[in-house]
Design a protein around this ligand. Structure first.
Ligand code: HPA
Ligand code: ZN
Length: 348
């Protein structure tokens, strides 16, 4: 790895746009919350749980990820989980983050969406005071019927109004294969009518056709993962022309065997074709690293140069769901840092 460039990236101001907050739950906190809440886990030690993080595909990860989330019962649990992420993000010089949460994982255990959002919100407000701006995106679980997503959306309606400046969008996650975006056309149309931002996981394990569906049927503003788009030149051209961003997560892709070698990752090819890609951590507690570790892994494997790293960072800021004025201010800070000497204080 190029140590100078890695160090420059580490301290660069950046946005993270693909992070499942339940995927930031470290094993230590899972055990602490299990004890606090009297929840019994299927693993008898932190090491045993960590040893189970040997995934073979997306589903093998999701099974353990949902089991880990079972310790979240009270507002305070969501707060503690989110504050731990805020601290890790600040340590990686993340200045803006857009966080996913999975309400259906919690409502099925009798935990209301309002409880989850209140706990996440209080930690994000604390993050704002410490220099990390943020948005929250409610994701539907695609392995469940669309009726469940519609019910979840209706339940969340008052929250979209109450937390207007934080809870700004909806997304689609969980098991991709066999659950195409078309299954969720109606609920996304409702979210669109409400003026919410729209994102969907597509082209992680699923084919390029799922990315087309996310664009054409769900009318998403960003695509999560989308790394299999590279298999279809027409799709690559469409993404490049429209500047619809792909929120790429290298360590996730490696751990879930989307690519068997990081050197085979499509990120650089997508970047070369003019697609707005950037780097994110997805589920950092499960995949071995927060956002900077993801930058280092891809920098090392694909031998990215200074200009390519700058583009990734800039794309993260430009693809954020913030006002134009906020976007310009964020990019100006990156430019001052990147081009004006990188002492970590944004000197220019
Ligand atoms: N893909 C789909 N669903 C998810 C993921 C992912 O990478 N992480 C958490 N839920
Ligand atoms: Zn994801």
């Amino acid at each position: 790895m190029n140590p100078t460039l890695a160090d420059k990236i580490a301290r660069a101001p950046k946005a993270e746009l693909h992070i499942h907050i339940e995927g930031s739950l470290e094993p230590e906190l899972i055990f602490e919350l299990a004890k606090r809440n009297g929840v019994t886990l299927a693993y008898d030690s932190i090491d045993a749980l960590r040893a189970a993080y040997a995934f073979t595909d997306l589903q093998s990860f999701l099974d353990i990820y949902y089991a880990g989330a079972s310790v979240l019962l009270h507002e305070r649990d969501f707060h503690d989980m989110t504050l731990a992420y805020v601290e890790r993000a600040l340590a990686d010089h993340v200045t803006h983050t857009e966080i996913f949460f999975d309400p259906q994982t919690h409502t099925e255990r009798g935990v209301s969406i309002a409880t989850a959002v209140a706990g996440i919100e209080s930690a994000l407000a604390e993050g704002e005071r410490r220099g990390l701006t943020s948005k929250l995106i409610l994701c539907f679980l695609r392995h469940l019927p669309e009726e469940d997503a519609l019910k979840t959306f209706d339940e969340a309606l008052p929250l979209f109004d109450h937390y207007k400046h934080r809870l700004i969008g909806v997304g689609l996650d969980s098991s991709e294969r066999g659950h195409p975006p078309s299954k969720f056309e109606r609920v996304f149309a409702k979210a669109r009518e409400k003026g919410l931002k729209l994102v969907a996981h597509a082209g992680e394990e699923g084919p390029p056709a799922y990315v087309f569906e996310a664009l054409d049927l769900l009318k998403v503003d960003r695509v999560d993962h989308g790394v299999r788009s590279m298999e279809d030149p027409a799709l690559v051209a469409r993404l490049a022309d429209s500047r619809i961003a792909l929120t790429v997560c290298p360590l996730s892709n490696l751990k879930l065997r989307v690519f068997d070698d990081m050197a085979k990752h499509t990120l650089k090819a997508l970047l070369d074709q003019g697609v707005a890609v950037m780097i994110n951590s997805d589920d950092p507690a499960y995949f071995g690293g927060y956002v900077n570790a993801n930058y280092f892994a891809i920098l090392d494997a694909l031998k990215l140069n200074d200009a390519e790293c700058y583009t990734l960072l800039k794309n993260s800021l430009e693809a954020s769901f913030v006002t134009d004025a906020e976007r310009l201010a964020m990019v100006a800070k990156l430019d001052a840092y990147w081009h004006g000497g990188h002492n970590g204080h944004g000197a220019a």
